[in-house]
Design a protein around this ligand. Sequence first.
Ligand SMILES: Cc1cc2nc3c(=O)[nH]c(=O)nc-3n(C[C@H](O)[C@H](O)[C@H](O)COP(=O)(O)OP(=O)(O)OC[C@H]3O[C@@H](n4cnc5c(N)ncnc54)[C@H](O)[C@@H]3O)c2cc1C
Ligand SMILES: Cc1cc2nc3c(=O)[nH]c(=O)nc-3n(C[C@H](O)[C@H](O)[C@H](O)COP(=O)(O)O)c2cc1C
Ligand code: SF4
Length: 449
Amino acid sequence: MGKAIEQAGATIINTGIGWHEARVPTIVTSVPRGGFADVTAKFYGEVGIPICTTNRINTPEKGEEILAAGKADMVSMARPLLADSEFVRKAEQGRSDEINTCIACNQACLDHAFQAKRASCLVNPRACHETELVLTVAPVVRRVAVVGAGPAGLAAATTAAKRGHKVTLFEADDKIGGQFNYAKRIPGKEEFYETLRYFQRQIELLDIELKLNTPIEAAELADQGFDDVIIATGVKPRTPKIEGIDHPKVLGYLDVLRHNKPVGKTVAVIGAGGIGFDVSEFLTHDFSQHPEGEQVSVAAWQAEWGVSPTFDGPGGLAEREPTPSPRKIYLMQRKTGKVGGGLGKTSGWVHRNSLKHREVEMLKGCSYDRIDDEGLHITLTDKNGKAQESRVLPVDNVIICAGQEPFRQLFDQLAESGVKAHLIGGADIAEELDAKRAIRQGTEVAARI
Ligand SMILES: Cc1cc2nc3c(=O)[nH]c(=O)nc-3n(C[C@H](O)[C@H](O)[C@H](O)COP(=O)(O)OP(=O)(O)OC[C@H]3O[C@@H](n4cnc5c(N)ncnc54)[C@H](O)[C@@H]3O)c2cc1C
Ligand SMILES: Cc1cc2nc3c(=O)[nH]c(=O)nc-3n(C[C@H](O)[C@H](O)[C@H](O)COP(=O)(O)O)c2cc1C
Ligand code: SF4
């Protein structure tokens, strides 16, 4: 086909793999970086015109690696330039550690395109809003306190400092990142490490006073006389009312992702929102085979999704050979609609299929009757709420992923003592996977003060 395209008069071929018709993921975050460069390499040397490769090349280093390996003459990027419009300049100047990296979430770009909304970027809300979300030099330098170094607080602190304000960032934990520290542990979401690397570097460059291990309280904050206080204290997990919720086999998602509590071989995950899916993904991986925090190899990814390593056969497809899960997982929701129906428009199908590859049993219309030594007792209902079947799932652990509530005690205490503060991120509205709003809100607040 490449030869025919050349003969027809093309002066360059970009092997953009397309999106709509592909039955394997082509650009979501679980596709390994440069996952399709080997397709391009097949053209290389076969045609006389320049060949450009694409998809999930989100760092200068990955681009260089592909070129050095002789897989293409050029690389092209779409979303990485939404995430950082200065990508090329920073790469050229050897400042790649300052690049705001595209995490391939699709949440603010492709998902928006499908909702007839203006495309933007989760990690860079100024993308396509450059003339509206303008960052001016602050006319008066103010002393700004930001509480919470999750995505919302990080965006607020770095934006305020960029404008010239003097910023102190308080964080109760021993590291920045908030819930991104749990997101980055999920196989296929390793790109969240890059967002934290970006913010950490910005904190250094912008001379932000970062106070880790500092769970600041209202009185202390009020005493320090800041000109502006921004509260980004995040969320706390919601605990549903179920008989036996105090049983020792019940864990919260933070027990798993923060406290590393041991999890048995048979597990029920209550709540099939983004976090329920992520916890299930985490538990279906065997980290002795694939180190946590590292993206899977292109070869392992191809085997999972049935992409032929030699790209022969119809559509370049082969038999799927996913790595089996070390656990039996039930993923459950109360709603009677499609399990995971609330996930991203352009990425939900990938998460659902990924769990199906590892034989996760997805159950909808669940009413949770009781948790006891036997396991989790449920009744399955139809869409009218009529009971259809009762089951006992003989599980070792029940993991609760049943939503979150704003954690805004500090904001309320400040209000009581007459200190006005801005409230942003999950502390304002607790929605499950909502870093897009958290970062946008943080940037917008800091653009105004
Ligand atoms: C497993 C998992 C996967 C996720 N995946 C995605 C995803 O793919 N896409 C997406 O959009 N979202 C995702 N999310 C959700 C996303 O991480 C949150 O929407 C986002 O982190 C909210 O940001 P935040 O800054 O408001 O709060 P948080 O991230 O919760 O940060 C709040 C911070 O405030 C600190 N803090 C609280 N009180 C104090 C105090 N008094 N003093 C000092 N510090 C304090 C906390 O220690 C914490 O670090 C995921 C979440 C999880 C758990
Ligand atoms: C907002 C947006 C809209 C896109 N629309 C289409 C499309 O209509 N058809 C398609 O095949 N690919 C589409 N793509 C995919 C891109 O054309 C491109 O192949 C891909 O994003 C390259 O990977 P990268 O973003 O990792 O660099 C779109 C991507 C984005 C970010
Ligand atoms: S919204 Fe997500 S996928 Fe789209 S450009 Fe931004 S980081 Fe990349």
